[in-house]
Design a protein around this ligand. Structure first.
Ligand code: ADP
Ligand code: MG
Length: 315
């Protein structure tokens, strides 16, 4: 299939959206966001053998997860996603069926979150499959929830459960897994509603999505805010995965990435559920820099960021 017919295929399947004045088919997309809003823009690579493997991940899953990465970043700012862009590079010989199913997965997420695919680029790669997704969102002027707002005394909260995605990778290394037993890996849902809910009420002082792992993402908040953190190991909501389901190891919940939950700090009372998603308090922000893990028996350990970092050879 040539570039033109691939774009046609995508174009035929895309739905419009209120922010898109002109979408696929012109030199640029024309977007219109509400007056008195700030624009949010995020871009994320999804690279074969770095973020997915063709033998592990069905094409629909790759497409869905690709867009989820961007939606999750918008969620972490408390924003509303308005439009998405897909730049796709395919090596020669990628089956048409793979591309069809990839696009179907991506557009399923786009439909579910009502984010129109408004453009992109298509090219032949020198090897493998690479996708870059840009998501544009918006938030009322000055209201984006930053990483830098955490203050000593704030409590630390996380949505959902952690470690479920990393547990799937660990199992995939050993053999086949049933996607249904590892929902958070194969079908993660960006916490867009929860992020907006928190932002509207001014409840989150700082927020980030858990894409690299709790330890690494919490360190980002600490560094940007100039504070430290005390985390209670026993409070961390660990994912239940597999068949029959089993709670993941603490290490996976602490350092495993790609759960796309929201990690945020607050000086106010947070309900046990936000936009239908459970929220758990896992610790507090401290004046003293550095991160501390309080074990269930009360012993204290330094908490070192050991989540995903590129160029460090995690795989
Ligand atoms: P240009 O030469 O200006 O880059 P293209 O031929 O690459 O134009 O793209 C034509 C139209 O198709 C543009 O509107 C572009 O945004 C859209 N497009 C190209 N590739 C993709 C893709 N992978 N996904 C969505 N839209 C795409
Ligand atoms: Mg182009």
């Amino acid at each position: 299939m040539g570039e033109k017919s691939l774009i046609e295929l995508i174009r035929r399947r895309v739905r419009g959206g209120s922010a898109v004045v002109a979408g696929i088919g012109d030199d640029c997309a024309v977007l219109r966001v509400p007056a008195a809003h700030d624009l949010l823009v995020t871009t994320d690579f999804t690279l074969e053998n770095v973020h997915f493997r063709r033998e592990w991940h069905p094409p629909e899953v790759v497409g869905w997860r690709c867009l989820t990465r961007g939606l999750s970043d918008i969620a972490a700012m408390g924003g509303k996603p308005r439009a998405a862009f897909l730049s796709l590079a395919l090596e020669r010989g990628v089956p048409q069926k793979w591309v069809d199913r990839f696009v179907a997965g991506l557009l399923e997420a786009a439909d579910e979150f009502r984010v129109p695919l408004a453009g992109g680029d298509t090219a032949q790669s020198a090897g493998g499959i690479q996708a870059d997704v840009v998501v544009v969102g918006s938030v009322p002027k000055g209201k984006a929830v930053l990483r830098s707002g955490a203050r000593p005394g704030d409590q630390i909260y996380v949505t959902g459960e952690l470690g479920g995605s990393a547990a799937a990778i660990a199992r995939l290394r050993e053999g086949k897994v049933r996607a249904a037993d590892y929902e958070r890996h194969f079908h993660p849902r960006a916490r867009v509603e929860a992020g907006q809910w928190l932002r509207r009420r001014g409840l989150a002082s700082a927020m980030i999505d858990v894409s690299d792992g709790l330890s690494t993402d919490l360190e980002h908040i600490c560094e940007e805010s100039g504070v430290g953190a005390v985390v209670e190991a026993g409070a961390i909501p660990r994912a239940r995965v597999g068949h029959p389901t089993k709670e993941v190891a603490l290490d996976l919940a602490l350092h495993g990435g790609e759960d796309y939950e929201l990690l945020f700090t607050s000086s106010q009372k947070i309900p046990a559920k936000v936009a239908g998603v459970p929220v758990t308090r896992i610790g507090r922000i401290a004046r003293r820099r550095g991160m501390v893990l309080v074990l269930e028996d009360g012993r204290r350990r330094r908490l070192v960021a050991r989540g995903w970092e590129h160029f460090k050879g995690n795989w």
